[in-house]
Design a protein around this ligand. Structure first.
Ligand SMILES: C[S@@+](CC[C@H](N)C(=O)[O-])C[C@H]1O[C@@H](n2cnc3c(N)ncnc32)[C@H](O)[C@@H]1O
Ligand code: SF4
Length: 458
C-alpha cells in the first residue's frame, strides 16, 4: 500500500473545491437581471420544490488575513442600516417572481460576521422572512458567528428570533496563530458559549477549524483537535486553508510566516480524521464530521447527502437556494446568479429598484449530469453511473462519453488504491478522501483547460 506522503506529492495540484458546478470563477458576465428573473420563474417548477434562503452580511469589525469570504470592514451604523434596508427591499422585489406557496426548509446566514451587526437588524430580517414566506415546521435556520463578538444574551436573542443552529468559527485555539492571521479571539471562554447554546435549546452547533494556517504545527493542531472534542458539539468542519493570493490579495501578508508543508497538512487532516472517528464522529464529505445521530450522518448512510454553497445538507432540507445581499449566490436547479460583491454598489442597484446581478450561469443538461456525478463523489464517495443515466433519462454510453470515463484514465487512482471501479460503479476508499477533489476533477471536462486560479487540492 502506498503511503500518504506519496499521495500528497503526486496529487497536490491546483483544483476547484466544487462548492458549485461549474465553479463560480466560470460564471459569465453577460448573465444579467433579465436572465435572473427568467431563472427564478423557471425554478418555481423545478425540483427540489422547497425554498432555501441565503442571507449574506458582508461586514466584519476586523478582517482576518487568511479569509476567503466576501467581507468588508469599517462601516458605520448608518451604512449597515442602509444595507439591511436594501436587503429587505430585495426580498420584496424577488418575491414578485418566487412562488411562495412552497415551504422554506433551510435559512442560512453567512458572511462576513452576521453576529457582529446590531441585533435589531437581525430581527428585522428574520421578521421579514417569517412574514413573507411559509416556513416548514421542521425548518432549519443557521447563522455563522465569530465568538469574538458574542455575549451570552445574544444566544437568547437568536433563539427568540427563530434560529435553531449556530455555527462558530474557531479556526484554531492557539492565540499565537490567531494573532498571525489577524483574528480576534473569543471574548468569553468558547466552552461557556457552547454550553449556553446547548442549554438554550438549539438543535445544533457547528464549529469550524482550519488546517494549513501559518505557524500551525502537527502537534499544535492535535491540541486544537483535542480541545474541539471536549466541546462535544454535533458537527465539526475541518477546512483545508485555501491560499490563493492571486484572487485574495490580503492573503499575501501571511507569506512572511512559515506555513506547514503539504505533508504536514496531510498529517493534520489524517489526525483529525482519526481522532474524530475514534471519538464516534462520522466523517461527512470532504471536511465535516458529525455525531451519528445528526441528520447529515443519517443522510450519508442513505446516500442522500447533498452540498450547496452553504455547506453539506440533506436532500430533504435543501431547496432551490435564493440568495439575498451583496455577493450572494442564488443556486437554482438550472442556474447560478451572483449579486454585485461591493456592498455600496449593491445598495445603489436595489435603491434604483434593480436587481444587482453581476454574473451567473445557465446549466445545460450535460452540465447537470456532471454536477450530479461530482456531487455524489464529493458527498457520498460513491457514484453509480447507471443510476445517474436513469435519473437523467439518458443512456449510460452517453454519460461515459461525456465524462471520458474509461478505466485507463483512472488507472493511477486504482493502482494507488484510492478508488475501485466495477460495473460503472465508482467507490472512493478511505485513503482517497484526502484527494477527493482530484478524483472529482477527472470527471470534469472543464478541467482539461485551466486550473491555475484554484487553491491546491490538499
Ligand atoms: C464566514 S466565515 C465564519 C463566520 C465568522 N465570520 C468567523 O470568522 O467565525 C466562514 C468560514 O470559512 C472558513 N474559511 C474562511 N476563509 C478560508 C480559507 N481561506 N480557507 C479555508 N477556510 C476558510 C473559516 O473556517 C470560517 O469560519
Ligand atoms: S474569518 Fe470571519 S471574521 Fe474573519 S474576515 Fe472572514 S468572515 Fe470576517
Amino acid at each position: 500500500m502506498k503511503t500518504d506522503n506519496y499521495l500528497v506529492k503526486k496529487y497536490n495540484k491546483q483544483g476547484p473545491r466544487y462548492t458549485s458546478y461549474p465553479p463560480a470563477n466560470l460564471f459569465v458576465s453577460d448573465y444579467n437581471n433579465k436572465k435572473f428573473i427568467k431563472s427564478i420563474l423557471k425554478s418555481n417548477n423545478e425540483k427540489p420544490e422547497n425554498i432555501s434562503i441565503y442571507i449574506h452580511i458582508p461586514f466584519c469589525p476586523q478582517i482576518c488575513h487568511f479569509c476567503g469570504c466576501t467581507t468588508e470592514t469599517g462601516f458605520s451604523f448608518k451604512f449597515i442600516e442602509k444595507y439591511i434596508n436594501a436587503l429587505l427591499n430585495e426580498i420584496d422585489m424577488m418575491v414578485n417572481y418566487i412562488d411562495t406557496e412552497r415551504k422554506v426548509t433551510q435559512i442560512h446566514w453567512g458572511g462576513g460576521t452576521p453576529n457582529a451587526i446590531p441585533y435589531k437588524f437581525i430581527k428585522q430580517v428574520t421578521d421579514k422572512i417569517k412574514s413573507t414566506f411559509k416556513l416548514d415546521e421542521n425548518y432549519e435556520m443557521a447563522i455563522e458567528c465569530s465568538p469574538a463578538y458574542f455575549v451570552l444574551k445574544h444566544i437568547d436573542q437568536l433563539k427568540e428570533y427563530g434560529f435553531n443552529r449556530i455555527s462558530i468559527g474557531l479556526q484554531d485555539f492557539d492565540e499565537k496563530i490567531l494573532n498571525a492571521i489577524n483574528r480576534k479571539p473569543s471574548k468569553i471562554p468558547v466552552n461557556n458559549i457552547i454550553t449556553k447554546i446547548k442549554n438554550t435549546g438549539f438543535s445544533g452547533t457547528n464549529i469550524d477549524l482550519v488546517y494549513g494556517l501559518p505557524l500551525q504545527t502537527v502537534e499544535g493542531f492535535n491540541n486544537t483537535l483535542k480541545k474541539a472534542i471536549e466541546l462535544d458539539v454535533d458537527r465539526i468542519a475541518v477546512f483545508s486553508y485555501a491560499h490563493v493570493p492571486s484572487v485574495i490579495p490580503r492573503q499575501k501578508i501571511l507569506e512572511k510566516f512559515t506555513f506547514p508543508s503539504a505533508e504536514e497538512k496531510a498529517s493534520m487532516y489524517n489526525n483529525a480524521y482519526k481522532i474524530f472517528k475514534d471519538f464516534g464522529y462520522q466523517p461527512i464529505g470532504m471536511d465535516h464530521f458529525a455525531k451519528p445521530s445528526d441528520e447529515l450522518s443519517i443522510a450519508l448512510k442513505n446516500k442522500e447527502l447533498h452540498r450547496n454553497f452553504q455547506g453539506y445538507c440533506t436532500l430533504k432540507t435543501t431547496g432551490q437556494v435564493y440568495g439575498f445581499g451583496a455577493s450572494s449566490i442564488s443556486q437554482l436547479h438550472s442556474s447560478y446568479s451572483q449579486n454585485e460583491k461591493n456592498a455600496a454598489k449593491y445598495i445603489k442597484f436595489i435603491e434604483n429598484n434593480k436587481f444587482a446581478t453581476f454574473r451567473g450561469y445557465n446549466l445545460n443538461k450535460n452540465e447537470k449530469v456532471i454536477r450530479k456525478i461530482i456531487n455524489e463523489i464529493m458527498c457520498n464517495y460513491y457514484v453509480d453511473l447507471a443510476k445517474v443515466a436513469k435519473e437523467f433519462n439518458t443512456k449510460i454510453e452517453e454519460i461515459i462519453e461525456l465524462t471520458s470515463f474509461r478505466e485507463d484514465r483512472f488507472k493511477d487512482f486504482i493502482e494507488d488504491e484510492i478508488l475501485e471501479i466495477s460495473n460503472n460503479k465508482i467507490k472512493v476508499s478511505t485513503k482517497g478522501r484526502i484527494v477527493i477533489r482530484n478524483i472529482a476533477m477527472r470527471f470534469d471536462p472543464l478541467m482539461i483547460k485551466n486550473t491555475k486560479s484554484y487553491s491546491k487540492t490538499i
